[in-house]
Design a protein around this ligand. Structure first.
Ligand code: FES
Ligand code: FES
Length: 162
Protein backbone atom coordinates (compact mmCIF):
# COMPACT_ATOMS: atom_id res chain seq x y z
CA UNK A 1 0.00 0.00 0.00
CA UNK A 2 1.09 3.55 -0.70
CA UNK A 3 -0.06 6.59 1.24
CA UNK A 4 -1.42 9.36 -0.98
CA UNK A 5 -2.84 12.81 -0.41
CA UNK A 6 -4.97 14.29 -3.13
CA UNK A 7 -7.43 17.13 -3.49
CA UNK A 8 -10.58 16.13 -5.32
CA UNK A 9 -13.27 18.67 -6.11
CA UNK A 10 -11.99 20.92 -3.34
CA UNK A 11 -11.75 18.24 -0.64
CA UNK A 12 -8.47 16.78 0.57
CA UNK A 13 -8.23 13.02 0.99
CA UNK A 14 -5.46 10.92 2.51
CA UNK A 15 -5.64 7.24 1.73
CA UNK A 16 -3.64 4.06 1.51
CA UNK A 17 -3.97 2.68 -2.00
CA UNK A 18 -2.55 -0.20 -3.96
CA UNK A 19 0.03 1.06 -6.46
CA UNK A 20 -1.97 -0.53 -9.28
CA UNK A 21 -5.26 1.20 -8.40
CA UNK A 22 -6.53 3.29 -11.30
CA UNK A 23 -7.66 6.83 -10.60
CA UNK A 24 -11.07 6.09 -12.14
CA UNK A 25 -11.62 3.29 -9.63
CA UNK A 26 -10.35 5.37 -6.73
CA UNK A 27 -12.78 8.18 -7.58
CA UNK A 28 -15.74 5.89 -8.01
CA UNK A 29 -15.17 3.09 -5.53
CA UNK A 30 -13.28 4.80 -2.72
CA UNK A 31 -14.67 8.34 -2.89
CA UNK A 32 -18.11 7.47 -4.27
CA UNK A 33 -17.78 10.00 -7.11
CA UNK A 34 -19.76 7.95 -9.59
CA UNK A 35 -20.40 10.98 -11.78
CA UNK A 36 -17.22 9.91 -13.55
CA UNK A 37 -18.26 6.82 -15.51
CA UNK A 38 -16.11 4.04 -16.88
CA UNK A 39 -16.95 3.10 -20.45
CA UNK A 40 -14.11 0.93 -21.68
CA UNK A 41 -11.35 0.79 -19.04
CA UNK A 42 -8.85 0.76 -21.89
CA UNK A 43 -8.40 4.52 -22.53
CA UNK A 44 -10.46 4.48 -25.72
CA UNK A 45 -13.80 6.11 -24.95
CA UNK A 46 -13.02 9.18 -22.84
CA UNK A 47 -16.03 8.75 -20.55
CA UNK A 48 -13.77 8.80 -17.50
CA UNK A 49 -12.08 12.12 -18.34
CA UNK A 50 -11.23 14.34 -15.36
CA UNK A 51 -8.92 17.27 -14.82
CA UNK A 52 -5.61 16.52 -13.10
CA UNK A 53 -3.50 19.56 -12.26
CA UNK A 54 -4.97 21.60 -15.09
CA UNK A 55 -4.97 18.97 -17.80
CA UNK A 56 -7.76 16.68 -18.87
CA UNK A 57 -6.78 13.04 -18.48
CA UNK A 58 -8.53 9.73 -18.94
CA UNK A 59 -8.70 8.58 -15.36
CA UNK A 60 -8.68 4.91 -16.39
CA UNK A 61 -5.20 5.44 -17.75
CA UNK A 62 -3.78 7.16 -14.65
CA UNK A 63 -2.66 5.40 -11.51
CA UNK A 64 -3.98 6.90 -8.31
CA UNK A 65 -0.43 7.23 -6.98
CA UNK A 66 0.31 9.52 -9.95
CA UNK A 67 -2.25 11.96 -8.55
CA UNK A 68 -0.48 12.08 -5.19
CA UNK A 69 -0.08 15.71 -4.16
CA UNK A 70 -2.26 16.82 -7.04
CA UNK A 71 -5.62 18.40 -7.66
CA UNK A 72 -8.36 16.53 -9.41
CA UNK A 73 -11.59 18.06 -10.67
CA UNK A 74 -14.41 15.80 -11.74
CA UNK A 75 -17.64 16.77 -13.41
CA UNK A 76 -19.16 16.73 -9.93
CA UNK A 77 -16.90 19.58 -8.87
CA UNK A 78 -17.88 22.01 -11.63
CA UNK A 79 -21.16 23.45 -10.38
CA UNK A 80 -20.75 26.17 -7.79
CA UNK A 81 -23.48 26.47 -5.18
CA UNK A 82 -25.66 24.16 -7.25
CA UNK A 83 -25.34 26.39 -10.32
CA UNK A 84 -24.17 24.72 -13.50
CA UNK A 85 -21.36 26.30 -15.47
CA UNK A 86 -22.15 27.85 -18.85
CA UNK A 87 -20.72 24.76 -20.51
CA UNK A 88 -22.97 22.42 -18.54
CA UNK A 89 -25.98 24.60 -19.32
CA UNK A 90 -25.07 24.63 -23.01
CA UNK A 91 -25.01 20.82 -23.12
CA UNK A 92 -28.45 20.80 -21.53
CA UNK A 93 -29.94 23.56 -23.68
CA UNK A 94 -28.45 22.33 -27.00
CA UNK A 95 -29.36 18.71 -26.37
CA UNK A 96 -25.71 17.69 -26.36
CA UNK A 97 -26.60 14.37 -24.78
CA UNK A 98 -29.01 11.51 -25.00
CA UNK A 99 -28.17 8.65 -22.63
CA UNK A 100 -25.59 10.90 -20.94
CA UNK A 101 -22.96 8.23 -20.46
CA UNK A 102 -20.28 10.09 -22.40
CA UNK A 103 -21.34 13.52 -21.11
CA UNK A 104 -19.08 13.93 -18.06
CA UNK A 105 -16.05 13.12 -20.19
CA UNK A 106 -17.24 15.34 -23.05
CA UNK A 107 -17.74 18.25 -20.67
CA UNK A 108 -14.35 17.80 -19.03
CA UNK A 109 -12.58 17.55 -22.39
CA UNK A 110 -14.50 20.54 -23.79
CA UNK A 111 -13.68 22.53 -20.66
CA UNK A 112 -10.00 21.84 -21.28
CA UNK A 113 -10.35 22.98 -24.89
CA UNK A 114 -12.12 26.23 -23.95
CA UNK A 115 -9.45 27.00 -21.41
CA UNK A 116 -6.79 26.70 -24.12
CA UNK A 117 -8.84 28.12 -26.96
CA UNK A 118 -11.89 30.14 -25.85
CA UNK A 119 -13.24 30.48 -29.40
CA UNK A 120 -12.69 27.20 -31.22
CA UNK A 121 -14.10 26.43 -34.65
CA UNK A 122 -16.31 23.40 -35.20
CA UNK A 123 -13.33 21.56 -36.64
CA UNK A 124 -11.19 22.41 -33.64
CA UNK A 125 -13.92 21.17 -31.32
CA UNK A 126 -14.21 17.90 -33.23
CA UNK A 127 -10.44 17.50 -33.14
CA UNK A 128 -10.26 18.23 -29.41
CA UNK A 129 -13.03 15.76 -28.64
CA UNK A 130 -11.82 13.00 -30.95
CA UNK A 131 -10.73 10.93 -27.95
CA UNK A 132 -14.26 11.01 -26.54
CA UNK A 133 -16.78 8.64 -28.06
CA UNK A 134 -20.55 9.08 -28.10
CA UNK A 135 -22.79 6.28 -29.27
CA UNK A 136 -26.00 8.34 -29.27
CA UNK A 137 -25.84 11.88 -30.54
CA UNK A 138 -23.91 11.84 -33.80
CA UNK A 139 -21.79 14.61 -32.19
CA UNK A 140 -23.58 17.49 -33.95
CA UNK A 141 -25.31 18.79 -30.84
CA UNK A 142 -22.21 18.30 -28.76
CA UNK A 143 -20.31 20.59 -31.13
CA UNK A 144 -23.21 23.06 -31.04
CA UNK A 145 -23.15 23.03 -27.25
CA UNK A 146 -19.44 23.80 -27.11
CA UNK A 147 -19.87 26.58 -29.69
CA UNK A 148 -22.74 28.03 -27.65
CA UNK A 149 -20.65 27.96 -24.49
CA UNK A 150 -17.72 29.60 -26.26
CA UNK A 151 -20.01 32.40 -27.44
CA UNK A 152 -20.52 33.33 -23.79
CA UNK A 153 -16.78 33.83 -23.60
CA UNK A 154 -16.50 36.09 -20.58
CA UNK A 155 -18.53 33.81 -18.41
CA UNK A 156 -17.04 30.60 -19.75
CA UNK A 157 -13.53 31.97 -19.42
CA UNK A 158 -14.16 32.51 -15.76
CA UNK A 159 -16.02 29.31 -15.20
CA UNK A 160 -13.67 26.96 -17.00
CA UNK A 161 -10.72 28.17 -15.00
CA UNK A 162 -12.62 28.01 -11.71
FE1 FES B 1 -11.50 5.57 -19.54
FE2 FES B 1 -13.00 4.64 -21.52
S1 FES B 1 -13.24 4.36 -19.38
S2 FES B 1 -11.30 5.98 -21.64
FE1 FES C 1 -25.12 8.40 -25.02
FE2 FES C 1 -23.13 10.02 -25.68
S1 FES C 1 -25.14 10.56 -25.07
S2 FES C 1 -23.05 7.90 -25.37
Amino acid sequence: MTRIKVNVDGMTYEDDVEPRLLLAHYLRDRLGLTGTPIGCDTSNCGACTVDLDGMSVKSCSVLTVQADGGEVTTVEGLAVGGEWTALQRAFHERHGLQCGYCTPGMIMAARDLLRENPHPTSDEIRQALEGNLCRCTGYQNIVRAVLAASAQDQQVGEEVTA
